[in-house]
Design a protein around this ligand. Structure first.
Ligand code: NAD
Length: 286
C-alpha cells in the first residue's frame, strides 16, 4: 500500500491527545478540579454502548473524568429533561452528551436543545450551529471539527477547491458544508435524493463521504488525483469495519485518502477532548 497517500487520523489524533494530556496534567498540578464529561445513555443499544465505552476510555487516558449515567428505555421525556436540568446546574460537570439515538417516545431535538450551551460538548444545539454558519466559531461539532483539523494538518488547500460532500445530516454533512464554505471552498452537497450522483463525484477535487453504505464510492466515479475523506463506519460481509469508499479500488487513482478505521473516527474523539477542555476553561475562572 502506498502509505504516502494515507491521511493518518490516528497519528494526528495522538498529537492532539498528547497536548490535552499535558494540559490536564497542568490542571492537576495546580490542584484544580479535573475536567468532567457526563454521558447519558438511555437503553442498551449495542452501537451506543461501544461509542460510549470508547469515549470513556479515551477521556480516562488523557486524565479527564467521564461519568456514564444509564437509564432504562422506559424513562419518560420529562424525567430525562429533569436529569439534564440537574446536570446543567451542577458546577462539577463541564460537558454533557446525550447519546443518540433515543427511544421513539422521546423527542431527541427537545432533549438536545435542553442542554445548556455552556455544556453542549457535541455542539448540536441551535445556537452553536447558527454561530457555525455565520463563521463565529467557539466550539464545533466533533466530526466536522475533526475533519477540518485533519485537512489543516495535511495543509490541504480549500480556497477555490471544489469539495463535494455526500450526506446532509445535522451532525456531519450540514455543519461541515458550512465550515467548508467559510473556508472559501466551492461546495456541493449531495444526498439520497441526488440524481446522478457520479456526475458530482467526478468533479470533486475533495470528496467527503458521510452516508453509511459500504463501497458507495468506487474508482469509476471519482476524479483522478482526488482527495477522499471517508466518514462512514460500516461492517462489511466479513463483519470487518469499513467506510463508504471502496478503499483498495480507489487507492491507485487518489492523491490522498483517509482509511477506515484510523481516519476520521479518531479525529472525532480528539475533537471531543479539545471541546471538553474548551468548556472547562470557559466555565471556570482559573
Ligand atoms: P445519517 O444517516 O444521518 O445521514 C446519511 C446521509 O447520507 C443522509 O443525508 C442521506 O441523504 C445520505 N444518503 C443516504 N443514501 C445515499 C445515497 N445512496 N446517495 C447519496 N447520499 C445518500 O448519517 P450520519 O450520522 O451523517 O453518518 C453517516 C455515516 O458516517 C455513518 O456511517 C456513520 O456511522 C458515520 N459517522 C462516522 C463518524 C466518525 O467519527 N467517523 C461520526 C459520525 C458519523
Amino acid at each position: 500500500m502506498d502509505k504516502t497517500k494515507i491521511i493518518d487520523g490516528k497519528m494526528v489524533s495522538d498529537l492532539i491527545k498528547a497536548k490535552v494530556t499535558t494540559e490536564v496534567n497542568e490542571i492537576k498540578k495546580k490542584n484544580h478540579r479535573v475536567p468532567n464529561l457526563t454521558i447519558i445513555q438511555i437503553g442498551d443499544n449495542k452501537a451506543s454502548s461501544t461509542y460510549i465505552k470508547n469515549k470513556k476510555i479515551t477521556c480516562e487516558k488523557v486524565g479527564i473524568i467521564c461519568n456514564v449515567l444509564t437509564h432504562p428505555e422506559t424513562i419518560t421525556e420529562a424525567e430525562l429533561l429533569n436529569i439534564i436540568n440537574q446536570l446543567n446546574h451542577d458546577s462539577t460537570i463541564d460537558a454533557i452528551i446525550v447519546q443518540l439515538p433515543l427511544p421513539r417516545h422521546i423527542n431527541s431535538e427537545k432533549i438536545i436543545n435542553s442542554i445548556t450551551i455552556k455544556k453542549d460538548v457535541d455542539g448540536f444545539t441551535p445556537k452553536i450551529l447558527g454561530n457555525l454558519m455565520l463563521g463565529h466559531y467557539q466550539l464545533l461539532p466533533g466530526t466536522p471539527k475533526g475533519i477540518m483539523l485533519l485537512l489543516k494538518h495535511y495543509q490541504i488547500e480549500l480556497a477555490g477547491q471544489h469539495v463535494v460532500v455526500i450526506g446532509r445530516s445535522n451532525i456531519v454533512g450540514k455543519p461541515l458544508a458550512n465550515l467548508l464554505i467559510n473556508a472559501s471552498a466551492t461546495v456541493t452537497v449531495c444526498h439520497s435524493q441526488t440524481k446522478n450522483l457520479s456526475f458530482f463525484t467526478k468533479q470533486a477535487d475533495i470528496l467527503i463521504v458521510a452516508v453509511g453504505q459500504p463501497k458507495i464510492i468506487t474508482s469509476e466515479i471519482i476524479k483522478e488525483n482526488a482527495i477522499i475523506i471517508d466518514v462512514g463506519i460500516n461492517r462489511d460481509q466479513d463483519n470487518k469495519l469499513c467506510g463508504d469508499v471502496d478503499f483498495e479500488n480507489v487507492l491507485p487513482k487518489v492523491k490522498m485518502i483517509t482509511p477506515v478505521p484510523g481516519g476520521v473516527g479518531p479525529m472525532t474523539i480528539a475533537a471531543l477532548l479539545e471541546n471538553i477542555l474548551y468548556l472547562y476553561y470557559q466555565n471556570n475562572n482559573f
